[in-house]
Design a protein around this ligand. Structure first.
Ligand code: HEC
Ligand code: HEC
Ligand code: HEC
Ligand code: HEC
Ligand code: HEC
Ligand code: HEC
Ligand code: HEC
Length: 373
């Protein structure tokens, strides 16, 4: 009996080893932990209790092209300590310390903790497993979907890498590090339109906004004056309109709401305008506009980047719109009426319609009122 079990185990073990060896060369990264032994199958997944389909399929060739391709699976999924593994609760947190990759600058284990520390102080902070209205806020993976390496950096220019190889000898090393830095030096990042779309996915979602305003009120908190219409009003602004047409220089959400002098940390530390640290607080707003509008003064900075036309938000613009609306309609109607009077009068005068050579006054007037000599 016991012998039989052992035999089975040995066969199973051999199978696993064989599978591991067979599967190894196909991946663009090392699968030391054998996770893909199971997770490379497309059908792998399940339907959760609430009926949503979850796929547990990891496409090796795709993962191998992402920014995280050098991180072992258990570097992030560090709660998996044994195989087959137990059900997952919290899942991956983005401030997890990586035990297999060191930060070459500090010599310490790498982690996103410095970014997380900023995020913790921001308006957007929520724990990974959020409850109640905290769920409306973005966690790291809401904004970052483990993107595939930017296509612009797939080829490292030979005339540069040739020079590095002189000392470093290893072509792979040189290409990897060239790509790592060149992407940041070239400042490859989201376009203005991408940023507006990202922020608007929540700040333009009426149901989310209402639900969240209610929850904040229940906690006795006031959100910004423009909170309810931030995305919608931006679209109506000059910046929003030209950005919508694809113009790249006009201010997007983060040009104003993130501190340009430390942009990459600051996008993770967004604060409301009532916080003096915000680049659009009363004290900092002029400088923020001045970054692009060199000659801006206090009056210019007071122009509303979130123009709303509601009666309470902006009574001047509300009544101006109303009056101009009426004036426009009246002028339009008066023009039509004038044309109608003119036509009726001319018909009565015997004017006929003619396609060629115009349509008026080509017959003598029935009433002897010929104006053409
Ligand atoms: C023996 C096969 C097998 C191996 C090897 C394996 N897994 Fe899984 N994994 C599964 C199965 C089966 C499920 C689905 C479990 C379920 O439905 O509760 C799963 C689910 C998961 C989930 C999703 C769990 C959830 O509920 O959200 C993650 C994440 C995961 N595996 C990561 C890994 C990682 C990382 C490794 C390598 C260290 C690994 N797996 C190795 C079989 C395996
Ligand atoms: C940079 C960190 C990171 C690495 C490296 C990584 N994952 Fe994940 N993985 C995540 C995150 C984040 C999720 C989303 C679910 C969550 O938040 O826990 C996820 C989801 C999954 C899921 C689906 C689980 C679900 O709940 O839908 C599976 C399966 C999985 N990973 C397997 C793997 C395997 C296999 C590898 C190695 C080839 C790997 N992961 C490498 C971060 C990572
Ligand atoms: C509201 C959206 C949002 C959230 C939430 C968010 N980020 Fe970011 N992150 C950005 C933007 C925008 C950038 C700037 C780069 C760009 O535009 O692509 C950025 C840049 C980064 C970068 C620099 C990437 C590079 O190549 O230079 C890292 C790393 C990063 N974020 C990690 C995190 C981590 C970790 C968290 C969670 C603590 C997080 N982010 C939460 C939007 C977000
Ligand atoms: C003249 C020789 C020389 C040239 C050319 C050169 N390097 Fe280096 N590089 C070095 C030396 C020596 C070190 C390590 C010592 C130090 O300065 O700290 C180094 C360190 C590095 C490191 C840090 C490695 C680590 O793990 O700490 C990287 C990355 C790097 N070089 C990339 C490049 C790239 C990319 C190029 C081409 C654009 C390049 N190097 C050109 C000599 C050179
Ligand atoms: C996943 C949804 C989501 C995304 C994406 C998102 N936000 Fe938010 N944001 C919120 C929620 C919810 C709050 C309210 C937080 C609170 O309760 O204090 C908020 C708060 C804010 C505040 C402070 C509002 C106040 O009055 O206190 C600003 C400013 C802000 N977000 C700007 C942005 C910008 C800029 C972006 C795009 C980079 C963005 N948000 C992306 C959900 C989101
Ligand atoms: C030209 C600069 C500028 C741009 C671009 C901009 N904002 Fe604002 N935003 C402001 C200013 C200034 C305020 C404060 C307005 C007030 O209350 O008078 C504000 C207020 C807000 C508020 C209310 C909370 C607060 O801080 O008072 C949110 C939320 C917000 N903006 C989100 C966005 C989003 C999302 C975008 C992009 C779709 C965006 N903003 C684009 C300057 C800007
Ligand atoms: C990232 C750069 C940037 C920032 C920051 C910025 N703007 Fe602009 N803005 C532009 C560009 C580009 C235009 C297009 C027309 C132009 O060049 O004047 C524009 C146009 C405008 C216009 C339309 C009419 C005009 O004067 O040309 C107004 C009003 C305006 N911005 C107000 C502001 C205010 C107020 C702030 C500060 C809260 C601000 N902007 C911050 C880039 C910016």
């Amino acid at each position: 009996m016991a012998n039989n079990k052992k035999k089975h185990l040995t066969i199973f073990g051999l199978l696993v080893i064989a599978l591991t060896c067979l599967s190894q060369p196909a991946f663009a990264f090392e699968d030391d932990e054998g996770c893909l032994l199971c997770h490379k199958y497309p059908k792998m997944g399940r339907i959760t209790e609430d009926g949503t389909r979850r796929s547990y399929y990891v496409m090796p060739h795709v993962f191998g092209e992402t920014v995280h391709r050098n991180v072992p699976c258990t570097g992030c999924h560090n709660y998996i300590k044994q195989l087959p593994h137990r059900p997952v609760k919290e899942g991956v947190t983005c401030n997890t310390e990586c035990h297999s990759i060191k930060n070459p600058a500090t010599g310490k284990n790498f982690s996103h903790q410095p970014i997380y520390d900023k995020y913790e102080q921001s308006s957007h902070f929520r724990p990974k497993l959020a409850e109640g209205h905290d769920q409306d806020k973005p966690y790291c993976v809401t904004c970052h979907r483990n993107p595939i390496y930017n296509p612009q950096e797939t080829e490292a220019p030979k005339h540069i890498t040739n020079r590095c190889v002189v000392c470093h000898e290893d072509k792979n090393f040189v290409e990897t590090w060239y790509k790592h830095t060149s992407r940041r030096i070239k400042d490859i990042k989201r376009s203005s339109r991408d940023i507006v779309a990202l922020c608007s996915s929540c700040h333009g979602d009426k149901r989310l906004i209402e639900r969240h305003l209610k929850a904040a009120k229940a906690e006795g908190r006031e959100l910004g004056r423009k909170y309810p219409k931030a995305a919608e009003s931006y679209k109506n602004s000059f910046h929003g309109k030209v950005t919508g047409y694809g113009f790249k220089e006009a201010a997007n959400c983060l040009d104003c709401h993130a501190d340009a002098s430390n942009y990459y940390l600051s996008v993770h530390n967004l604060k409301p305008s009532r916080d003096p640290a915000s680049p659009v607080s009363d004290g900092n707003r002029l400088n923020t506009c001045k970054r692009c509008h060199t000659y801006a003064d206090e009056n210019y900075a007071a122009l509303d980047p979130h123009p709303t036309s509601g009666k309470e938000d902006n009574p001047f613009s509300y009544y101006a719109n109303l009056i101009y609306g009426w004036v426009g309609d009246v002028v339009f109607l008066a023009l039509i009426a004038l044309a109608a009077f003119e036509t009726v009068g001319r018909r009565r005068d015997g004017v006929g319609w003619r396609l060629w050579h115009g349509s008026s006054w080509w017959r003598p007037s029935k009433r002897g009122r010929d104006r053409v000599e």
